[in-house]
Design a protein around this ligand. Structure first.
Ligand code: NOJ
Length: 516
């Protein structure tokens, strides 16, 4: 048997560089700040970091609008800072994933500047330019993300419209043009040559387009086009990208953001083991704190991914979504969710700050800066209880609530903190092949609870999550019969941890059980 690849058993930690740690005192986090905090990640016990974009950017979408893919924006530092960060991560055994944004560039990227300069410029076809529709309006009915507006902007100078699935300042690249694909492969090589272990690939399902650019059907017209774009062309590009990664030594990998809200469709982006290594699967991210909803997500994920040999991923929070503590409504639930996330079969992706149990910041209207209104989950990480929370000057967004208690320094000092729960869970996960890469089978449990067993050879663990706000007794269930005499290895509220399992789960409590 071959050992599973590193990314199957890894726990990935997403850093949104603006919000993590400010090394140069301008109120915006940066690469040197991240470098100064790597010990936090090592102590927490994660295996890989994914850095959201730090490339040159006009920051209309805070870095997802790139004007130079092969340089670091001065707000984040320099290429030398990046190299030093990679070296420091690798020295600590942390892998580094960087964000690849292949679907669009900034409108200020030299490629787009050239493309828009004239209808006859040789780079015109690097982007999607079309004449207007018969009524003089946009070429089709596609709608952009973050707005009810068309995914097209008219360029008066050349009299045509260009496509942008996101902001008008984020024109879509035309991957049907082989020069575009070659240019993006050069970008990928640039970062692989600098030693990155892989890429998180932004809206990767968007790169292939129906060349006819037909209207979206009436039943979905008016919705953003992004989650609807599911095209065979993309798979061709992914296979070539995979071949490029495979030509490098050392298990380089890609984790795609396939923002299709249907797990069956997501499964196709793993190809025949020749496309993405991993893909995000967003339906669980949007599932409510409800046993029936989560049971369905777990069943659907297994039913769609297992048969095609696709390794799942799980995520509860990120820089685009309200944090799960805010969504689920309590810290007790957020803590139980940590054991859910880290106990499921697949690669978990943590979002910086969830290990502290952070809430979204309440951002007053005058401080909202994101066109998509995602400011709350991007609040700066509080490093300590002082007024500035370890930030040398006022950060670009307000701190989350409770930063006086929910900060890195205080939580490391408190064995009851959410941070210590994540640490203990990751220690337990690292020590158990069953939890890392074992098989998974759902157990019969009472309503309000979801439970499963993980198995790898003789190693076994059981995960039980009580989604209800009542005590649940497992007397007479398969779950209890299967765990007779077992110990509570980790409990989300620490109740019973280290003792024999009583067969009862507290409200919103999750436990990991191990044979006694
Ligand atoms: C998905 C990213 O996660 C999001 O932050 C960004 O706005 C869009 N893609 C566009 O790049």
């Amino acid at each position: 048997m071959t050992a599973p690849p590193w990314w199957a058993s890894a726990v990935v930690y997403q850093i949104y560089p603006r919000s993590f740690c400010d090394g140069d005192g301008d109120g915006v986090g940066d690469l040197s700040g991240i470098r100064s905090r790597l010990d936090h990640l090592v102590r927490l016990g994660v295996d890989a970091v994914w850095l959201s974009p730090f490339y040159r950017s006009p920051m209309k979408d805070f870095g997802y609008d790139i004007s130079d893919h092969c340089d670091v924006d001065p707000v984040f530092g320099t290429l030398a800072d990046f190299d030093a960060l990679v070296a420091d991560c690798h020295a600590r055994g942390l892998r580094v994933l960087v964000d690849l944004v292949p679907n669009h560039t900034s409108d200020l990227h030299p490629w787009f500047q050239a493309s828009r300069s004239s209808r006859y410029h040789p780079m015109r076809d690097w982007y999607w330019w079309r004449d207007g529709g018969p009524d003089g309006g946009p070429p089709n009915n596609w709608v952009a993300a973050f707005s009810p507006d068309p995914a097209w902007t008219f360029d008066a100078a050349t009299g045509q419209w260009y496509l942008h699935q996101f902001l008008p300042e984020q024109p879509d690249l035309n991957w049907a043009n082989p020069e575009v694909e070659a240019a993006m492969h050069d970008v990928v090589r640039f970062w692989l040559d600098r030693g990155v272990d892989g890429f998180r690939i932004d809206v990767v399902h968007g790169i292939g387009k129906d060349p006819q650019l037909p209207d979206d059907p009436p039943e979905v017209a008016g919705l953003p086009h992004v989650p609807l774009n599911d095209r065979p062309e993309t798979h061709v590009h992914l296979r070539r990208l995979r071949a490029l990664l495979d030509s490098y030594p050392g298990d380089r990998m890609m984790l795609g953001e396939v923002f299709l809200l249907d797990t069956a469709k997501v499964a196709a982006y793993y190809g025949d083991g020749d496309e993405l290594h991993l893909s995000f699967n967003f339906p669980p991210l949007f599932a409510p704190w409800k046993a029936s909803a989560w049971r369905r997500q777990i069943e659907t994920t297994a039913a769609e991914l297992d048969p095609v040999g696709a390794w799942p991923t799980w995520v509860l929070s990120n820089h685009d979504t309200v944090r799960h503590r805010s969504r689920y409504g309590s810290e007790a639930r957020a803590r139980a969710a940590a054991l859910l996330l880290l106990g499921l079969r697949g690669t978990p992706v943590l979002y910086a700050g969830e290990e502290l149990g952070l809430l979204d910041a309440e951002v007053p209207a005058e401080r909202v800066v994101d066109p998509g209104g995602r400011d709350g989950c991007r609040a700066p990480i509080p490093w300590d209880p002082t007024h500035g929370h370890g930030w040398p000057t006022d950060p670009w967004l307000p701190f989350p609530p409770e930063a006086d208690t929910h900060n890195v320094a205080d939580e490391w000092a408190d064995p009851r903190s959410t941070l210590d729960l994540y640490r203990r869970s990751l220690v337990a996960r690292r020590a158990s092949a069953a939890l890392r890469t074992g098989a998974q089978r759902l157990l019969e449990v009472p309503a309000g609870v979801v439970g499963w067993v993980r198995t790898a050879g003789a190693d076994r663990r059981v995960v039980l999550v009580n989604f209800s706000d009542e005590v649940v007794d497992l007397e007479g269930t398969e779950a209890l019969a299967a765990t007779a005499g077992w110990q509570v290895e980790v409990a989300s509220d620490r109740q019973g941890e280290g003792s024999r399992f009583t067969g009862q789960l507290g409200p919103d409590q999750a436990v990991w059980l191990r044979p006694g």
